[in-house]
Design a protein around this ligand. Structure first.
Ligand SMILES: [Zn+2]
Length: 150
């Protein structure tokens, strides 16, 4: 069953709730203007940054946990190409997982990566889950969860 996740507050809405809902497009929890469709259920952790991008990979929404995780004010991320804005790198990948997700319309889960938080010189380790959008506008959702390597 499809699940919709609010990029702003990470609230989950099931497809059934959505079709009977009073707000057919937006988030019933925080009122944000749209929710992102997932083919399978997904729970964003408290420190999972949800970043919505358009099909050119430009940031549309730096939502749930994005500011505390990345240190960037949302206004400085919007419109930026997501990999460049966060210095996202996927050292273990043989390709660009974001490009793969966009091109093939597939989810790319649990990708080890590094990103550069605002104001810090050292990159931070994280895991990225990348979800393609299923609507006509295309685009994708990047869920970035910092990890501490022990
Ligand atoms: Zn919401």
């Amino acid at each position: 069953m499809a699940v919709f996740v609010c990029p702003r507050c990470a609230h989950r809405v099931t497809g059934a709730e959505r079709t009977q809902g009073h707000q057919p497009r937006g988030c019933p929890a925080c009122g944000f203007g749209f929710v992102f469709e997932m083919m399978d259920d997904y729970y964003a952790g408290p420190l999972t940054a949800l970043i919505c991008c358009d099909q050119e990979r430009r940031v549309l929404v730096a939502g749930h946990a994005a500011v505390p995780v990345t240190g960037w004010p949302e206004g400085e991320l919007i419109g930026q190409e997501v990999s460049a804005a966060l210095a996202l790198e996927f050292p273990d990948a043989t390709d660009d997982p974001i490009a793969r997700s966009l091109e093939w319309g597939v989810r790319v889960l649990q990708q080890p990566c590094t990103f550069r938080p605002h104001g810090l010189d050292a990159p931070r380790n994280a895991v990225a889950d990348i979800f393609p959008a299923y609507d006509d506008d295309g685009g994708l959702l990047v869920a970035l969860t910092p990890v501490t390597k022990g």
